[in-house]
Write a protein that binds this ligand. Structure first.
Ligand SMILES: NC(=O)c1ccc[n+]([C@@H]2O[C@H](COP(=O)([O-])OP(=O)(O)OC[C@H]3O[C@@H](n4cnc5c(N)ncnc54)[C@H](O)[C@@H]3O)[C@@H](O)[C@H]2O)c1
Length: 253
């Protein structure tokens, strides 16, 4: 049993999850990188260990309750209760309403919302038993403040993440566990730069002009907010959404 603090991130192979894994590793955490992208996840682990940090990759598809429970159980057996859980894995598929079948709705909700429940539910008993721990969920401006045309299922899932986060926060607060969320605006990742499913590179440049702080967010901008929420500096914050959007939500479009 090691005594370094342990963090686990879902979808940690690329994008915001990757930046978050690297940020926690720099703070001395043992980082458990999970993802369906094995090569990318292992690449993050290699980068952390090359820099002198401690990390391991574990494959995890958040659509599987059994897999979520097995990964959490293995981490707990090796390191004790997880200190920081970052529920980041998500997809954002563009689907116009006339093509939004039950199956396509369920697919997004299964990953973006229920996927977070599965991992939180597995990790919380040990956190509550020890009386400490914190969870940070990734929501979106598209679920908090805006609707997103042709992404009704994504907006619904991300709004649902806020409800999930608040419910969990209320249920576990008296056990010393905090649960919060970060809402990015536009962040330069594969998700945003997809022409097929999001605004693409040209859209990102156009969006940057509308961001009051003058640029699209970088994954590290979000990772730093996750670090803050997970830190002792945020010890009196639970059940909240912190918006990190360069001022988008408060500026006229
Ligand atoms: N990029 C943005 O502008 C933006 C804005 C708001 C919110 N977000 C949210 O931030 C989070 C990270 O997004 P990103 O931009 O880094 O996206 P990304 O596409 O770069 O990364 C998403 C990660 O989730 C993983 N993933 C997808 N399906 C999975 C599954 N079934 N099981 C496990 N992992 C799975 C992917 O493999 C990938 O590693 C997501 O929840 C996203 O909705 C992103």
């Amino acid at each position: 049993m090691t005594h370094a603090r342990t963090m686990l991130v879902t979808g940690g192979g690329i994008g915001i999850g990757r930046a978050t894994a690297l940020a926690f590793a720099r703070q001395g955490f043992h980082v458990v990188v999970t993802d369906v992208l094995q090569a990318e996840g292992q690449g993050v682990v290699d980068a952390i260990t090359r820099a002198g940090g401690s990390a391991v990759f574990m494959p995890l598809d958040v659509r599987s309750t059994e897999a979520a429970e097995a990964v959490v159980a293995a981490v707990q057996a090796a390191h004790g209760p997880i200190d920081v859980l970052v529920l980041n894995a998500g997809i954002a598929h563009k689907v116009p309403l006339d093509q939004l079948t039950d199956a396509r709705w369920d697919h997004t909700l299964d990953i973006d919302l229920k996927g977070m429940l599965r991992v939180a539910r597995a990790a919380l008993p040990a956190m509550r038993g020890r009386g400490s721990g914190t969870i940070v969920c990734l929501t979106s401006l598209m679920g908090l403040a805006w609707g997103w045309a042709e992404h009704v299922h994504y907006s619904a899932a991300k709004a649902g993440v806020i409800g999930l986060m608040r419910g969990l926060a209320a249920e576990v607060a008296r056990d010393g566990v905090r649960v919060n969320a970060v809402s990015p605006g536009y962040v330069r990742t594969a998700q945003l730069l997809s022409e097929e499913h999001s605004i693409g590179p040209a859209g990102a440049d156009a969006a940057a002009a509308r961001v009051p702080l003058g640029r699209i967010g970088e994954p590290a901008d979000i990772a730093d907010v996750v670090l803050f929420l997970a830190s002792d500096q945020a010890r009196y914050i639970t059940g909240q959404v912190i918006v990190a959007d360069g001022g988008l939500a408060i500026s006229p479009q």
